[in-house]
Design a protein around this ligand. Structure first.
Ligand SMILES: [Fe+2]
Length: 270
C-alpha cells in the first residue's frame, strides 16, 4: 500500500504524548513494510496496550448480548478472543478467510476511499494494527485494532455481510470521484453504522457502533432518528465523523441490505 505514516491531528488524545506517538509509528511502520500476500507480522504488544484492550473488551462485551445482532454474537463467541491481551491480526485473518475468504491487510492509518473500496472488491480488508491512547480507552478519533477486531472482523466472517461489503467495493471500479463518495457514504451507513431489526428490537451490525461503548448504547436506546434503508437516499446523506450519528438506517436483515444495495448499484450502472 502506498500509504505513508500519518501524522496525528492535534485533537487526538495521544497527540502530546511522544512515547505513544513513537509506538504508534513503530507499529504503523511494520504495516508499511508488509507486502500483500506475505504472512501478517505479529506485534509484541506491551502491558499497557493489553490493558487498554482489556478495558475496551470489558465494556463492549457487556453490551453485545443486548445490542449486537444475533449473527455477530454467534461469530463473536466462536472467535473466542482473549479478554486480557490483543489478538493477532494473523490469527483473525485465518479465521475470517476460512469462513468467507475475506483477508486482512495491515495498513499504517486511514486509506483513501477509492483504494480502500478497491481492496474490498478483492475481499481484502485494510486494517490498522496499533491501539488507541491508553488514557482514553473508550474513545478513539481514528480506526484502531479494537475497532477492527471487535467491530469489523466478526462481521466479515458472516457470509451475507462479506457479500454486501464486497458488493460496495466492486461498484468502485472505474467510477467518478463523486460516485466514490456515494459508495463511501453507503459503506458508512451500512458496514460502519448499520442497524437491523431482530424480533422487534433494533440491533447493531455496523462496526462503528459495535466498537463504540458510548455510541452503541446511545444509538439503540431511542436517542437517534431511525430511517428505513433506501440506498438512493442514504448514499447522498451527509454525516458527521467526529460525533455520534444523528441518523441511522434500518434493515430487516443483512440479506435485505445486500439485495437493496445490489438493486441500487445495478440501476445506477444502467
Ligand atoms: Fe471501520
Amino acid at each position: 500500500m502506498d500509504v505513508a505514516l500519518i501524522e496525528l491531528e492535534a485533537d487526538h488524545p495521544g497527540f502530546n504524548d511522544s512515547a505513544y506517538r513513537a509506538r504508534r509509528n513503530e507499529i504503523a511502520e511494520v504495516a508499511l513494510g508488509h507486502t500483500s500476500g506475505a504472512p501478517i507480522p505479529r506485534i509484541n504488544y506491551t502491558e499497557v496496550e493489553n490493558q487498554t484492550w482489556a478495558e475496551v473488551y470489558r465494556g463492549l462485551t457487556s453490551l453485545f448480548a443486548t445490542h449486537a445482532c444475533s449473527e455477530f454474537n454467534q461469530v463473536f463467541s466462536e472467535l473466542n478472543y482473549p479478554a486480557d491481551r490483543i489478538p493477532q491480526i494473523a490469527d483473525v485473518d485465518a479465521f475470517m478467510s476460512h469462513r468467507t475468504g475475506f483477508r486482512m491487510q495491515p495498513v499504517a492509518g486511514l486509506v483513501g476511499a477509492r483504494d480502500f473500496l478497491e481492496h474490498l472488491s478483492r475481499r481484502i480488508f485494510c486494517s490498522t494494527q496499533y491501539i488507541r491512547y491508553h488514557d482514553r480507552p473508550l474513545y478513539t478519533p481514528e480506526p484502531d485494532i479494537c475497532h477492527e477486531l471487535l467491530g469489523h472482523a466478526p462481521m466479515l466472517a458472516i457470509p451475507e455481510f462479506a457479500d454486501l461489503t464486497q458488493k460496495i467495493g466492486e461498484a468502485s471500479r472505474g467510477v467518478t470521484d463523486e460516485q466514490i463518495e456515494q459508495l463511501a457514504t453507503l459503506y458508512w451507513f451500512t458496514v460502519e453504522y448499520g442497524v437491523v431489526r431482530q424480533e422487534g428490537a433494533l440491533k447493531a451490525y455496523g462496526a462503528g457502533l459495535l466498537s463504540s461503548y458510548g455510541e452503541l448504547a446511545h444509538s439503540l436506546e431511542g436517542e437517534v432518528e431511525i430511517r428505513p434503508f433506501e440506498p438512493a437516499q442514504t448514499a447522498v446523506t451527509p454525516y458527521p465523523i467526529t460525533s455520534y450519528q444523528p441518523v441511522l438506517w434500518e434493515v430487516d436483515s443483512i440479506g435485505q441490505a445486500f439485495e437493496k444495495i445490489r438493486r441500487h448499484l445495478d440501476s445506477a450502472r444502467r
